[in-house]
Design a binder for this molecule. Structure first.
Ligand code: BTN
Length: 290
């Protein structure tokens, strides 16, 4: 595969001085590697891309598979000092969705807290998974403190992204997967990286300054679960009502509205998405939310 690493580096280093871009043919996991480096004291800004991961990791300890050329897999490693970390994975998902589907025409939506889904009426949930995000942080040795009121410590933040490019194998996955090539013929992993990396870096740097709140409305405009019946992992049911200014998911249950912020709580749509989605997309466009 041919990666435009030099062009990408020029675009990224203009936003984040000192950042390097590395493209490796194979590694266990780009997240694991950057966390290893952070524990060894290497906390320079970096974008690490791997053509293949032999031990890719997903959320909640699940494996994340991707064959060569079938997925774009990369991690940003950056020292960040936001006043509040909540909502970071939502900000990352929103940035990816905006880059991949600026007008919302491809039907790429956000599944709280950190997946990108695409409408697929023929699947059991009505959705297929296009991409996932895994964020991990390490407290570096000789830690520095921010200058804000809370004087939060800087953390080395590893933002891992896996985007399916070719149609993946669905075996053993709870949500049917989908590749970007199913939506856009012959798009390649390097082309997708060129599209998403710079806006994502800009998002991470903006998040450090302003947190999630300014992105709340834009997230809700692309929320796959908005106004859908959902089941929480503790078995309770409710209706999803978007996210609050901290990125917590609001669910109307029999007990009233709850703000769910724990990453350990999973939320599933109760039934296949209703076929009202084209109208929803129109509403979103009218609001100018995309
Ligand atoms: C999920 O869907 O649960 C999250 C998937 C995250 C996968 C990416 S691929 C690049 C980075 N390296 C990893 O091992 N995981 C993330």
């Amino acid at each position: 595969m041919i990666w435009p690493a030099e062009d990408l580096w020029l675009a990224l280093v203009a936003k984040q001085p000192g950042l390097t871009v590395e493209v490796l043919p194979e590694i266990d996991s780009t997240n694991t590697e950057l966390m290893r480096r952070a524990r060894a004291g290497q906390t320079e800004p970096v974008l690490l891309v791997a053509e293949t991961q032999t031990a890719g990791r997903g959320r909640l300890g699940r494996p994340w598979h991707g064959e060569v050329g079938h997925a774009l897999t990369f991690s940003f490693g950056l020292l960040l000092t936001p006043a509040d970390w909540s909502g970071l994975s939502l900000a990352v998902g929103l940035s990816l969705a905006r880059s991949l589907d600026p007008q919302g025409e491809l039907g790429i939506r956000l599944k709280w807290p950190n997946d990108l889904w695409v409408k697929q009426p023929q699947t059991s949930t009505g959705w297929a998974k296009l991409a996932g995000i895994l964020i991990e942080t390490a407290l570096p040795t000789g830690v520095t403190y921010g200058s804000g009121p809370g004087r939060e410590p800087s953390r080395y933040c590893v933002v891992g992204v896996g985007i399916n490019i070719a149609s993946p194998v669905a075996e053993g996955l709870s949500t049917a997967p989908l590749g970007l090539q199913d939506l856009q013929d012959s798009i390649t992993a390097p082309a997708v990286l060129m599209r998403v990396a710079e806006p994502l870096l800009a998002t991470l740097l903006a998040f450090e300054r302003t947190g999630f709140a300014p992105l709340q409305n834009a997230f809700n405009a692309r929320d796959a679960l908005l106004d859908q019946p959902v089941t929480l992992s503790d078995g309770r049911q409710g209706v999803a009502r978007g996210v609050d200014a901290k990125g917590a998911m609001l669910v109307e249950t029999e007990q009233g509205q709850e703000a769910i912020s724990s990453a350990e709580v999973s939320v599933r749509p109760l039934s296949p998405a209703s076929p009202c989605l084209p109208e929803q997309a129109d509403t979103i466009r009218q609001k100018g939310g995309l």
